[in-house]
Design a binder for this molecule. Structure first.
Ligand code: ADP
Ligand code: ZN
Ligand code: ZN
Length: 816
């Protein structure tokens, strides 16, 4: 008898065993997919782990439904990496697989299938494919079980796979906003035919065999001669009255070269466009130091101030790695926020760059997956957010983790709750590759690792072009209010500086970390604030829609005219958000163009990219926004950055709040004055003597680092201790409290004072689930493995208690 162990994409602790026949056993290898029955009537797509001949004890094995792949689509290195993730982050391999594979690879009974196009010529379909296609003409979506009855047989996953590959159907997923960098395709004659002589030879050759291609070339030549503008593929096909296939074949023959330019910024910089910039001396030194460091260290941290030209150094490293034929993974905290960078890399490396992101459509993701798996030229460089590290790399040479301090590298929900920066280091080591982390404000953890010699450290202290770091001024708004020098939320200092900048025709960024108009509405008679019915938070007032909204669950209702508690018409608003700032700005600067960037204004397709383009084209004078503004944007003409209120950042109840405030304020400040003129930053605060603000205003990273490290040591936090957070959730408050208490007690039996809580978080109920947290602080010298094993044992006993069966447990290792 032959068996296979498979990994199912569900939270099962164990692998599951199925029966296969001799031929199947000979054919199957680790990393191939099989469709398997599960439970009474379910179908899952599973990944083969191993083939063997030992019958499992305890259950009757079923046969597999179908084999779905001809070769493994998951590599052995991936399985190794995923096993590490599952073990380290205390989840199951199945959960990792669900996060790792595009959903189109994981068809299952729950999958909803719908048609992606209607005009399909029937002769391209097999009989069975046609039946499914036809069924979908009558019904907008179907499930696997429907397909089973349509085809009158059980094994249908392979048919669906075929239809997916042909792009006729697609699987529905949560509707994400689909982000697409708006890029336009251009072509030029390859540089080897640049001389007139070579071109003539080429035309002669083509005239014999490829008449159409010759004509395209002639047209391109003429168009280029007429104007020195880039020629788009569309323009060329039209002019030559031909199909894009002809152009494609010319590109494949390397007679034409394609390149891409962001559509909303047509600016031609000639052939030099793809030439990599020469590094200045400081960059050159840093570059050599990185390479030197890589001789002895697998991970190196590049600490370079904002606008020091880190990206250009990455570009040099990338091009060196590419020469060795290896793949490069470039990880960013959030893809949607980095249209600029993608354009920059595509500009240098053209079609070698692929972008991978969980918000891309499934089909696009499958395509990138396959390109990476087969080491295709167009997947030499992968840019992506955290999920990009799940791709099937064959020969990874380098991982770049840009803005490594960003919290969004950590996945919160669902499991695996992994930190992509840390998991990337493990991935690199599996491939014998190097990791370079970059930041102007490194996380304490990474800087600590570097100072301990675990990572290499390279520092870049000057901005490119010797632009000075911006001048940072703290404005005491307590004092200003007392002296009546505030207009709304603007101090006279801020208004003065703004006036000056606007007169010079330069641009301003204003930062306020809350969206909406007012975070709190309060009745001045009885003191009641409207609360979310599902969460323990007050609703935020949004003026534009005249609505009260919950920022945790999305609940909203019309703004109330009178207090719901006492009925008085004495509702007042407290605190302020981006929307209110925008409103005030419009009154203060009626002649200037003002825009807002936050979650509310960047919802639509490309809305973010549009705002960026507008700012770049200087169609916006003042941009007000949330932390979205802090992320690696590079603008030429911003000379003033204003922080409306630094205090609510600093007062956030989290042990990383001070570190984060420093990072955020430094990053926002870094948007000012990136060209010749020195930029200015004004930070409004009630507490100008706060250590962190002092450190921000003097660019004192090392002062901040030393002080925060001291506090982490005192209060037993990372990097000195490891933390594991356990969250209990239930709809019933009493039950949740009882369960959390039980769990905390059980942990304490062995771990004693290392266990803190259970304690409700600041928002103790979200979406009607009551929440309580237990935090475990593990000293570095204590075995993490043993501690986790103990937690697992407690979890097992917990799961056996019937009373707690509805309580959800979430385990978060190295929690953020
Ligand atoms: P960082 O990533 O450190 O914030 P960037 O790489 O974005 O800095 O560089 C800041 C600006 O300086 C960019 O506009 C970039 O094009 C420019 N720049 C950096 N290095 C060079 C160089 N060697 N030659 C020309 N321009 C450069
Ligand atoms: Zn009231
Ligand atoms: Zn809510």
């Amino acid at each position: 008898m032959y068996y296979i162990d498979v990994i199912l994409p569900i939270p099962l602790k164990q692998k599951f065993t199925y029966k296969v026949n001799k031929d199947e056993a000979a054919f199957l290898r680790q990393g191939m997919r099989v469709a398997v029955p599960f439970g009474k009537s379910k179908v899952y797509t599973a990944i083969v782990y191993q083939v063997h001949q030992t019958a499992p004890s305890g259950y009757e094995t079923k046969e597999i439904d179908q084999i779905l792949d001809k070769y493994p689509i998951v590599t052995q290195s991936q399985i190794k990496h995923w096993q590490w993730i599952a073990a380290y982050y205390m989840c199951t391999l199945g959960e990792v697989i669900r996060a790792a594979l595009p959903s189109a690879f994981l068809l299952e009974s729950e999958t909803i299938i719908s048609l992606s196009k209607n005009d399909v010529s029937e002769d391209t379909l097999s009989d069975e494919e046609f039946l499914v296609f036809e069924a979908l003409q009558h019904q907008s979506s179907i499930h696997i079980n429907d397909v089973r009855s349509v085809l009158d047989r059980k094994n249908v996953v392979a048919v669906l796979e075929k239809l997916l590959q042909k792009n006729i159907i697609h699987v529905q997923e949560e509707v994400f906003e689909q982000y697409k960098p708006k890029l336009k395709r251009y072509v030029k004659i390859a540089s080897k035919y640049a001389s007139e002589e070579n071109l003539r030879d080429l035309l002669d050759q083509l005239s014999k065999r490829a008449h159409k291609q010759r004509e395209v070339l002639m047209n391109l030549f003429m168009l280029t001669a007429q104007s020195n503008k880039p020629i788009s593929v569309k323009q060329l096909t039209k002019k030559s009255d031909t199909s894009s296939a002809v152009i494609k074949s010319l590109v494949e023959k390397e007679i034409l070269e394609e390149y891409f330019i962001k559509k909303d910024r047509v600016e031609y910089s000639g052939d030099e466009a793809s030439d990599i910039k020469t590094l200045n001396e400081a960059q050159q030194v840093a570059f050599s130091e990185i390479k030197e460091s890589f001789k002895t260290k697998d991970v190196t941290l590049l600490h370079g101030v904002t606008s020091s030209g880190k990206t250009e150094i990455y570009v040099r490293l990338i091009s060196e790695i590419l020469k060795t034929g290896k793949q490069v993974l470039y990880m960013l905290p959030e893809i949607a926020l980095t249209t600029q960078l993608i354009a920059r890399l595509q500009h240098y490396f053209g079609s070698k760059v692929s972008v991978y992101h969980s918000k891309y459509s499934v089909n696009e993701r499958v395509e990138v997956w396959n390109n990476v798996l087969h080491s295709k030229p167009k997947a030499q460089i992968i840019i992506g957010a955290r999920s990009s590290m799940f791709l099937p790399f064959q020969n990874l040479g380098l991982i770049l983790v840009d803005e490594e301090h960003e919290p969004s590298f950590k996945q919160y929900n669902p499991a695996p709750r992994y930190h992509a920066r840390d998991a990337a280091v493990v991935l690199a080591s599996i491939h014998n590759a190097k990791t370079l982390m970059g930041s102007a404000t490194p996380s304490l953890e990474s800087y600590f690792n570097a100072s301990q010699g675990k990572y290499g450290l390279v520092t870049l202290k000057t901005r490119y072009g010797n632009v000075l770091m911006p001048e940072i001024e703290l404005v005491d708004i307590k004092e200003k209010s007392r002296k009546k020098r505030m207009k709304g939320h603007f101090s006279d200092r801020l208004l003065e500086e703004m006036q000056e900048v606007l007169e010079l025709g330069e641009q301003i960024i204003l930062f306020q970390n809350r969206r909406g108009f007012s975070p709190i509405v309060e009745c001045t008679t009885c003191g009641t604030s409207p609360q979310c019915p599902n969460c323990d938070v007050s609703l935020t007032y949004h003026q534009y829609k005249n609505e009260l909204r919950c920022h945790y669950c999305g609940y909203h209702m019309a703004m109330q005219l009178s207090c719901m508690a006492c009925g008085s018409e004495t509702l007042d608003t407290k605190g302020f958000g981006t929307e209110q700032i925008e409103t005030e700005l419009k009154a203060l600067f009626p002649k200037h163009s003002i825009a807002r960037m936050d979650q509310d204004t960047t919802r639509g397709k490309n809305a973010y990219a549009k705002l960026i383009a507008k700012l770049e084209n200087e169609e916006i004078d003042i941009l007000v926004g949330t932390q979205m503004l802090a992320k690696g944007l590079d603008f030429r003409n911003i000379s003033l950055v204003g922080v409306m209120n630094a205090d609510n950042l600093l007062n956030f109840p989290d042990f990383r709040a001070h570190e984060r405030s420093f990072q955020l304020l430094q990053q926002v400040s870094g948007r000012a004055g990136r060209t010749s003129k020195r930029g200015k930053v004004l930070i409004q605060t009630y507490n100008p003597y706060h250590q962190i603000l002092q450190q921000v205003s003097t660019n004192d990273y090392s002062g901040m680092y030393d002080q925060q490290l001291e506090e982490r040591y005192q209060y037993k936090y990372p990097p000195y201790y490891r933390t594991i957070k356990i969250t209990c959730k239930d709809r019933n408050l009493q039950k949740m409290q009882k369960a959390a208490k039980w769990f905390g007690q059980a942990l304490e039996n062995k771990l004693g004072e290392q266990v803190l809580g259970p304690e409700p978080p600041p928002v103790g109920r979200i979406r009607n689930m009551y929440i309580s947290n237990i935090l475990i602080k593990i000293p570095k010298k204590q075995s993490l493995e043993h501690t986790k094993k103990y937690i697992n044992r407690v979890e097992q006993s917990f799961n056996a208690i019937k009373e707690f069966s509805s309580v959800r447990l979430l385990i978060d290792v190295d929690n953020y």
